[in-house]
Design a protein around this ligand. Structure first.
Ligand code: CA
Length: 605
């Protein structure tokens, strides 16, 4: 047995309560190294009479067979879900290795079965156990349940629609197709979003994420000048209220973007520091090591030439001191205000992993007090477990799943086959508790990346990637314009003006995406709560099948980005057996080979 690969920790994704009563206990082992895992579990205080044992008593525990939930090819992942009778748990793992050897694994290590004091059998080697002390209800991760049934639509307001020429910034350019930069305005605004809501609703999206709308000199508004005032080029507070109401009337929830890691150069307190230096009452609102602020006597734009901390190395984005009580009060008031007074459904948090955890705990308390059902989603591109323990966020922007699908679509060497993709997704499933994944914000592209139609070099591939994303647990997001397969390279090119005069091909793409969104919404519960399906076929590396099964029904997205057809007998053999297989986008029985470049969204019963 490969002892080095056997790992468990009684916290985070490896031991958690999904609901306040049950406990999920997970273990990782080397792939194909262990033939069975039994979790011996009981209450830590539950003793029973045992005349042959030391002291005449022994710890009472019971066996629970773990099942293998997946593998990333290096590790196998095991799990039980168990209800501790008194919300407390002590447990250890009883392992049977593939070579037939028998081991007990607990906090003290991996010990051959029977090596402990004999009089402690058969109750178990309780001296070598893990403990989950108590399931306290307030500690349980709880995200708003509505998120599971949400398909998001992300809007970059400056480029979505110009609904009011009267608020256009000076020099506003004509709306057009094609490349853009970050140095010109096109007049997009809240009125335009209100006018475009029927379009979003008809697509089927029921959540909107707006990038920042607060006052700022830039097109992207990630350099906030005033957290309590909307940008006048975007509209008025009355229009924001009207937008929230218009969304609500269409069953759409709206979340806004909070940029609390840093402010912009025009932010009042920072302007005061620039003007008054050390004597500014706001000097502790930032991370300033010394005065003067600029080593070379002027602002070079690079914070390595300055004595204050910033976002990246941009002196135009000074980092806020979120440990300062005045800064906290200011930002938390703003966060609460838009939830309480305007009825927004939550916040997306920019560069949220660079802000202290303590601030986010206070943020959560304030926002949830204003609306317990508000959704808090952090911008974190990597493993984000420390923010997802129930005391900070409900979700993060789940770039790891989008990146995995992209790598597969692009045939990257480390993601050369569907099996590789299925394994990577299994590893991500194991990285987080299941309730965290159900609330995840899943995306392929955004204002920070290239657009998928450009990335994958074609509409068919873009749609295939979207369908794979839609098969996952979590709420998928569509970046504005994706419904027309809008093109665009990396920032700023991904921020092009929205298409409002679609040609026939673009309209056809929109119809396909709308059908996909509707299938997804009909199967939200199955995808959120079902047992995951993820598989490739060794003989057909371009093939992958992803989905879930619940109560005898399955939804499977099957894609072939390879160069040969996958025979029907082959793909059927790796799916759950079913008497009925229907292609849900076309509502037709599906029984044929999967051609190169083809995609099928299957309902199996
Ligand atoms: Ca305008």
């Amino acid at each position: 047995m490969n002892k080095a690969a056997v790992f468990h920790r009684a916290s985070d994704s490896m031991c958690y309560s999904p609901d306040g009563r049950h406990l999920v206990i997970r273990l990782s082992t080397a792939a194909d190294d262990i033939s069975s895992v039994i979790v011996m579990a009981g209450d830590p205080h539950d003793w029973m009479d045992a005349p042959g044992h030391a002291g005449g008593y022994a710890w009472r525990c019971h066996p629970h067979a773990a099942h293998k939930t997946g593998s990333d090819g290096i590790h196998d992942f095991w799990q039980i879900e168990w209800m501790p009778p008194y919300k407390r748990a002590r447990y250890f793992f009883r392992l049977t290795a593939s070579d037939g050897s028998l081991w007990d694994y607990g906090e003290k290590g991996i010990i051959a079965q029977g090596a402990g004091p004999a009089d402690q059998e058969p109750a178990g080697d309780y001296w070598n156990a893990f403990v989950f002390p108590y399931i306290n209800a307030v500690d349980v991760f709880r995200a708003p349940s509505w998120v599971e049934g949400t398909v998001w639509y992300q809007i970059f307001p400056e480029r979505f629609r110009n609904g009011d020429a009267a608020n256009d910034p000076a020099g506003t350019k004509d709306w057009h197709r094609g490349p853009v930069t970050n140095h010109e305005f096109y007049g997009g605004d809240l009125r335009g979003i209100i006018d475009g809501l029927d379009h979003v609703a008809s697509l089927g999206c029921n959540g909107i994420y707006l990038t920042p709308i607060f006052r700022s000199p830039s097109v992207h508004k990630y350099d906030t000048a005033d957290y309590l005032g909307l940008d006048p080029a975007f509209g008025t507070e009355a229009e924001l209220a009207e937008l929230v109401k218009a969304c609500s009337d269409r069953g759409i929830r709206l979340i806004l973007d909070a940029v609390f890691n840093h402010c912009g150069r025009e932010f009042g307190p920072w302007r005061d520091v620039l003007k008054n230096g050390e004597s500014s009452p706001y000097r502790d609102w930032f991370h300033i090591a010394s005065f003067p602020l600029f080593h070379k006597g002027h602002d070079t734009g690079d914070s390595r030439d300055a004595s204050f901390e910033t976002f990246a190395f941009t002196t135009g984005m000074p980092k806020l001191n979120t440990a300062n009580p005045d800064v906290r009060a200011y930002l938390l008031d703003a966060a609460e205000r838009y939830v309480r007074d305007y009825g927004i459904s939550g916040w997306r948090l920019d560069v949220s992993n660079e802000v202290d955890h303590d601030f986010w705990r206070l943020f959560r308390a304030r926002v949830k007090a204003a609306n317990p059902d508000a959704y808090i989603v952090g911008e974190i591109w990597h493993d984000a477990m420390p923010w997802l323990r129930g005391d900070q966020y409900d979700a993060v922007m789940n770039y790891p799943v989008g990146t995995a699908i992209s790598d597969f679509m692009l045939g990257r060497p480390w993601m050369a086959s569907g099996t590789d993709l299925a394994r990577r997704l299994a590893a991500i499933e194991f990285m987080y508790p299941e309730p965290v994944l159900r609330a995840a914000f899943n995306l392929l592209d955004s204002h920070d990346t290239d657009r998928i139609a450009t990335r994958f070099g074609g509409r068919g591939q873009a749609f295939m990637a979207l369908a794979l994303l839609f098969s996952l647990r979590g709420s998928p997001c569509v970046y504005y314009g994706t419904e027309y397969a809008m093109e665009g390279g990396h920032d700023p090119d991904c921020r092009r003006c929205m298409v409002w005069d679609p040609d026939q091909g673009e309209q056809a793409f929109r119809q396909m995406l709308s059908a996909l969104i509707r299938v997804r919404l009909r199967h939200s519960e199955l995808l959120a709560r079902g047992t995951r399906i993820g598989t490739g076929l060794d003989a057909y590396p371009g093939f992958v099948a992803l989905g879930a099964t619940l109560g005898g029904r399955s939804l499977v997205v099957m894609a072939n980005r390879g160069i040969v057809p996958v025979p029907a007998a082959e793909w059927k053999a790796c799916l759950p057996s079913a008497s009925s297989i229907v292609e849900l986008l076309g509502d037709q029985t599906f029984d044929r080979d999967l051609d190169p470049g083809a995609l099928a969204v299957l309902g199996l019963e």
